[in-house]
Design a protein around this ligand. Structure first.
Ligand code: HEC
Length: 568
């Protein structure tokens, strides 16, 4: 799904690869200028270098003068193919460069207008382009989770055929599905009927009937500018074909661990060497969905995984012995319908895992094997009882706000041992007092914001993504106040957030391909665009071990782990 696939088709070589003058400073291994006839020197063009035969790419962004430069040390001598991302443009010809030891290489890049703009739009740009009232747009935004909206916009269904297709989207695939790898839920959900109004709306915005183009203008975001271009992005493609990394975690040796949304593989990347190693988490319930969502590390760097449909259980991988060990909730909470996708390793070493089918959460003491049971929400409050709906969050079947149901999603454990968690259905942030079992809920200022996942900073604040509201949220457990911030681009679909040691807060847009950096003191946002279109950023983790932070995100739909290194 990356843009580069569309760019390199049978074109003439227009890229000059010239040895730069040895006096030129600083000695970037590879640099050049990006131009087009339409704009001259072009700022904000992502230039990606891929070493021949390798699964690791490095991307930089051109500056105000159209100049791009890979900082020294980022590229080793060898042959590279070059690709670009700049909405509305493509390479004029195949682009390649050879880097020789001790010699700077210059490769100027010429762009021409893209022949197929529609295939370069992000989900957010489709959301911005497609007309509709709030209810219609909410429905459409929900479609962008399993596949890009170009599937919807380029479809040719009329309203009648949409009635059939919608049945499939709403009932047949579970949320871990991707376009190329649909995953049916293990049990048929309570069927959500197709909404004739939604079907009519979808037929009015696609290529149905005799339409050859869209009855609206395709709007695009401006290219990165100024500080948004000061970044180096390294993408590590998971070698396993069709991989779907969902969460990642960084261990004390800066190794990057990840799990998989569609399989039982877990893996470890050594970013210094680019080496990957993978293991298979054992099956607990054969025949039921076998995947993982959450991965967290304990203080020794051992990964822990809540087991989804494989059981209301949590599995530890011991990195020293390479053995797996599993603990489960009491049998009455662990029937075949139980699904535990979320959980945490607390600062005190206690391990939490949660089930929406029973509305319970469990605290495991790994030293004794004892499991305590808690309610996720106060007794009597409407509990989500999955899996009766495949993908609607924060709204009912008619896309009306549904504050009455509560569903636990992402969570983190405070220093005092209390879980703080996102209630994606009821749009609250909830806190469990683990000594009394009491739960308090704090509504997000924006209703139906669908808070999704979060993390706790060193001051105890809980930072989270408001997916449906496309905002960033912060819950202060002292004042019980929730603050919200909105990035400059609309329809970001922020999933998760984390604060670095300098106080900046990082998040990723599921629908924009941007990694966002917010300075909460000034309210200033920076947006770092990733080279992969529609990779789907979810989790976000910070490696704060060095002088400046390195930000890691997995691309669930692209099988890539991405490292973002801001240059300022
Ligand atoms: C839970 C995941 C999921 C969601 C949410 C989802 N889809 Fe899909 N969609 C799929 C999968 C998987 C495929 C490929 C298999 C198939 O065609 O059913 C697909 C394929 C499609 C296709 C291309 C195939 C065809 O029939 O032309 C269209 C169009 C489509 N979806 C429209 C939608 C719309 C509209 C929505 C929102 C109302 C939506 N999808 C929401 C999973 C999803």
């Amino acid at each position: 799904m990356s843009v580069k696939g569309t760019l390199l088709l049978g074109l003439i070589a227009l890229v000059g690869v010239l040895p730069a003058s040895s006096k030129e400073q600083p000695a970037a291994a590879l640099s050049g200028v990006v131009t087009s006839d339409a704009e001259g020197h072009m700022e904000g063009v992502l230039v990606t270098a891929r070493p021949e035969g390798a699964n690791i790419t490095v991307t930089v962004i051109s500056d105000e003068q159209g100049r791009y430069a890979f900082p020294p040390g980022k590229l080793q001598p060898g042959k590279y193919s070059l690709s670009i991302r700049a909405v509305g443009y493509e390479l004029a010809g195949q682009a390649a460069a050879e880097i020789k030891p001790d010699k700077a290489t210059r490769a100027d890049i010429k762009l021409v207008k893209a022949k197929d703009l529609a295939s370069q739009l992000t989900g957010a740009e489709w959301m911005m382009s497609i007309p509709g009232n709030e209810k219609q747009k909410r429905a459409l935004f929900h479609c962008d989770q399993c596949h890009s909206l170009d599937k919807v916009a380029k479809s040719t269904y009329d309203a009648e055929s949409w009635m059939v297709a919608l049945l499939r989207m709403q009932n047949q695939w579970q949320s871990s599905s991707t376009f190329n790898h649909p995953m049916p839920p293990p049990f048929p959900p309570k069927e959500v009927p197709s909404d004739p109004e939604l079907a009519k709306y979808l037929a009015s915005i696609n290529l149905s009937g005799d339409r050859t183009t869209w009855p609206y203008e395709l709007k695009t975001f401006p290219r990165p500018r100024g500080r948004d271009t000061k970044v180096v992005i390294t993408a590590y493609e998971v070698p396993r074909k069709g991989s779907s990394p969902h969460d990642l975690a960084i261990d004390p040796d800066q190794m990057v661990w990840y799990d998989d949304f569609q399989t039982l593989d877990i893996g470890r990347l050594d970013p210094r060497t680019g080496q990957f190693k993978e293991w298979k988490v054992p099956t607990l319930k054969p025949g039921l969905t076998a995947n993982n969502l959450t991965i967290e590390l304990d203080k020794q760097g051992n990964p822990w995984l809540p087991r989804g449909y494989q059981g209301c259980s949590v599995t530890k991988f011991d990195v020293k012995t390479e053995k797996f060990q599993t603990w489960s909730a009491p049998a009455e909470y662990n029937d075949d319908h139980a699904s535990c996708t979320q959980g945490n390793v607390g600062p005190n070493g206690m391990v939490w895992f949660y089930s929406n089918s029973t509305g319970k959460m469990f605290e495991l003491d790994p030293t004794t094997g004892d499991v305590k049971v808690f309610n996720t929400f106060p007794p009597g409050s409407g509990q989500y009882k999955g899996p009766n709906r495949v993908f609607y969050f924060g709204v009912d079947e008619n896309f009306v706000t549904s504050e009455k149901t509560h569903k636990i999603y992402g969570s983190a454990i405070a220093a005092n041992g209390d879980p703080i968690y996102c209630d994606i259905e009821g749009s609250t942030i909830a806190v469990l007092d683990h000594t009394t079992g009491n739960v308090n809920m704090y509504p997000t200022p924006t209703p139906a914001a669908a808070p999704r996942r979060g993390s706790i900073d060193s001051d105890g604040n809980f930072w989270f993504g408001e997916w449906m509201a496309s905002q960033l949220g912060m819950f202060d457990p002292q004042s019980k106040e929730i603050k919200e911030w909105r990035p400059p681009t609309p329809w970001s679909g922020i999933y998760r957030a984390a604060r670095d040691k300098n106080g900046d807060v990082w998040s990723g847009g599921m629908s924009t391909d941007y990694v966002y950096r917010l300075n909460p003191k000034t309210g200033e946002w920076l947006e770092y665009m990733l080279p992969t279109l529609g990779g789907e950023i979810r989790d976000i983790k910070i490696d704060d071990s060095g002088a400046s932070p390195k930000i890691w995100v997995p691309l669930v739909h692209a099988g890539i782990l991405v490292k973002v290194e801001p240059l300022e």
